[in-house]
Design a protein around this ligand. Structure first.
Ligand SMILES: NC(=O)C1=CN([C@@H]2O[C@H](COP(=O)(O)OP(=O)(O)OC[C@H]3O[C@@H](n4cnc5c(N)ncnc54)[C@H](O)[C@@H]3O)[C@@H](O)[C@H]2O)[C@@H](O)CC1
Ligand SMILES: Nc1ncnc2c1ncn2[C@@H]1O[C@H](COP(=O)(O)OP(=O)(O)OP(=O)(O)O)[C@@H](O)[C@H]1O
Ligand SMILES: [Mg+2]
Length: 375
């Protein structure tokens, strides 16, 4: 019907449809949503056709994971398999940055740093001697108003000393929502962009970015990993409507496009990944256990695979037939990170069932990668 009349008569179409029972059908409501979200520009018909044609293809996740994971080679030196930094960890949350940073190491990164508040640092250090922990962030309660400017510069200088060494930053696990701390983290994001360091934004980092979209808008090396709540807030803010599962793929694609250049990994029963151009799903494995902390594992996992995907693409023979080397590395990183996290969760669930915790899943990361891509 819509195609027959063309988009010029879309309002006539809506009027007609409202008057019949079909107007209350899910198909009609879905079309209405699409039409509204297209705006009123002249190439609506093309846009509409494109959106109708948007198919979320299930990713060939294991193949991607196998292709981008670097070989273990005696000639390589420390650091070449990845240096990751997590910006997060405050008085309330010390588990989240730990889960993210330790997951990066367990998957195969060489070094994993955590930049957190002074209170959180000794706690995070006590979980593991493997992590390099920097107690540099400050929350409002410990800073006088007159000192805010100088402390903010100090925080930034501390992080900047290290910035260029990192292959990827994960911003947000257990960060908290203190306004002064978030202001400092905004500056860290700006510096990461200037230095072209990829960033994975999760947890409270998404709270910050949702309220200040400019921080990531137009940055192709930014990945957002929202859970259900975080996704709803992003959709409300950016698309001015409610998240709607009936048009999940189109909505995700519009969201990524509207924010500009970023890649979004929407977590859920199936993980959906879009950079605004394509939408891909990862539905393999997974577990029915929903303990907190699995998203933190995912953020560390995506950071490592994103770094490996970039390395793989840089080293790829331009004449090779591998279609993977022509893909967006942020999308590849999301697909591989998601698949590995879901496989580890399913393995942990087989042995731990209802008592599966995040630590159990982390313990399964190595075996999961080994099953797919033997060392
Ligand atoms: N062991 C740990 O330290 C863990 C810490 N975590 C951290 O906990 C923090 C919060 O993550 P969640 O996954 O719980 O985040 P959610 O956004 O899913 O929920 C946070 C809380 O905010 C509430 N909320 C919903 N909408 C809101 C709005 N518009 N404004 C303010 N609050 C709203 C929710 O009801 C919920 O109670 C993050 O920093 C996250 O990284 C989690 O990763 C879980 C594990
Ligand atoms: N219903 C589901 N079925 C299967 N897997 C799921 C389901 N929901 C989420 N997951 C998987 O769990 C992982 C974490 O997603 P989740 O939505 O729990 O993140 P989160 O809320 O940010 O976690 P965190 O507690 O670490 O903050 C994702 O990789 C996703 O694939
Ligand atoms: Mg989370």
């Amino acid at each position: 019907m819509l195609m027959k009349h063309g988009m010029n008569s879309r309002f006539a179409f809506l009027d007609y449809a409202k008057s019949c029972t079909w107007a209350s059908s899910p198909v009609f409501r879905r079309q209405q949503f699409l039409i509204r979200s297209l705006g009123s520009c002249s190439d609506q018909q093309t846009k509409y056709n494109k959106m109708q044609a948007t198919k979320s293809l299930e990713a060939d996740a294991e193949n991607i994971l196998r292709t981008i994971t670097p070989c273990l080679d005696l000639s390589r030196h420390k650091g070449q398999a990845g240096k990751i930094a997590v910006i997060g960890g405050c008085r309330e949350y010390t588990g989240a940055p730990y889960f993210s940073a330790i997951s990066a190491l367990k998957i195969g990164a060489d070094l994993s740093h955590v930049f957190c508040t002074k209170d959180a640092a000794p706690v995070i250090k006590s979980y593991s001697p493997e992590l390099i922990v920097h107690p540099v962030l400050e929350e409002s309660y410990s800073v006088r108003d007159e000192d805010k400017r100088s402390i903010s510069s100090k925080v930034l200088a501390e992080v900047d000393k290290w910035m260029e060494r990192f292959d990827c930053l994960v911003i947000g696990p257990g960060l908290g929502r203190d306004p002064f701390l978030l202001d400092c983290v905004s500056e860290i994001i700006r510096h990461a962009r200037q230095t072209n360091i990829p960033i994975v934004i999760d947890g409270d980092g998404l709270f910050l970015v949702t309220n200040t979209l400019d921080l990531v808008s137009g940055y192709a090396l930014a990945v957002l990993t929202p859970n259900v709540n975080e996704y709803k807030r992003l959709v409300q803010k950016v698309l001015s409507c409610e998240a709607d599962d009936r048009v999940a793929h189109e909505q995700l694609q519009s969201l990524a496009k509207q924010i500009g250049s970023v890649t979004i990994l929407r977590k859920g029963k199936s993980d959906l990944v879009s950079d605004g151009e394509t939408v891909t799903s990862v539905s393999i494995y997974g577990s029915p256990r929903r303990c907190g902390g699995q998203g933190d594992i995912l953020s560390g996992s995506v950071a490592v695979f994103l770094s490996w995907a970039r390395q793989h693409i840089l080293a790829a023979d331009p004449n090779s037939n591998s279609s993977i080397s022509t893909k967006n590395p942020t999308v590849l990183g999301c697909i591989a990170g998601s698949a590995l996290m879901r496989k580890a969760a399913s393995l942990a669930f087989v042995s731990k069932k209802r008592s599966t915790l995040t630590g159990d899943i982390i313990e399964c990361l190595g075996r999961s990668l080994e099953d797919i891509c033997p060392a």
